[in-house]
Write a protein that binds this ligand. Structure first.
Ligand code: ZN
Length: 204
């Protein structure tokens, strides 16, 4: 039995390459070490890296349940004490109500997702979740142009809708000064990785 007052919502947000998924995985692993039942959901639209795991750009991953709609979560959540949701910006607004219900039931809900899309607009259910959450952590990346703290996702491919699933190939992290949604020219230099980073990127 889980005391109902132990439920809450945490949101891990930021732009692409800010380490959101790594942070989600880190938190869920900590819960697992404490023998808390953990489940991870992600939208089926995201088929990067693996079909049934949550993976960060650095290759760390956790098994996940891939679902089409947030409305599937309540009947698949089982006895999980901790519920992770990755790439949450791709879910519809039902996610807000679902997360609220899970937290009301006494579960810890950890949501990771982009706060804005490549046009700089609030993305999907994330803004409402930020308003409802007990805890918010907003992470920054590093601007690939000038090296300043970056909070924008710059698209470098001139096509497609708001939802263009891809990582390094289609996006760069940029600061507010270097970000330009109308210019799709990539600026990131493909430098050779150092030995430690080369090792880290294996398994991508
Ligand atoms: Zn910059």
């Amino acid at each position: 039995m889980t005391p109902s007052h132990l439920g809450w919502i945490e949101v891990v947000t930021g732009c692409m390459f800010s380490g959101k998924t790594e942070e989600l995985i880190r938190r869920l692993r900590r819960a697992r070490y404490a023998n808390q039942p953990v489940i991870v959901f992600k939208p089926r639209i995201d088929d990067r890296y693996s079909l049934d795991s949550v993976g960060s750009h650095t290759g760390h991953s956790l098994r996940s349940v891939n679902i089409v709609s947030a409305s599937e979560i309540p009947r698949r959540v089982g006895n999980a004490r901790v519920v992770g949701i990755d790439e949450a910006q791709f879910f519809d607004d039902d996610l807000v109500e679902v997360c609220t219900k899970l937290a009301d039931e006494g579960r810890r809900v950890v949501v990771a997702g982009l706060d804005t899309d490549y046009l700089g607009c609030p993305f999907g259910p994330i803004p409402a979740l930020l308003a409802k959450a007990e805890y918010i952590d907003k992470y920054l990346a590093i601007c690939v142009v000038c090296g300043a703290p970056a909070n924008r996702s710059q698209r470098t491919v001139n096509r497609g809708p708001q939802v263009l699933v891809g990582a390094q190939e289609a996006y760069e992290a940029r600061c507010r000064h270097c970000w330009d949604p109308d210019n799709f020219e990539p600026r990131q230099q493909k430098l050779p990785l150092g030995p430690n980073l080369a090792e880290e990127s294996e398994g991508r």
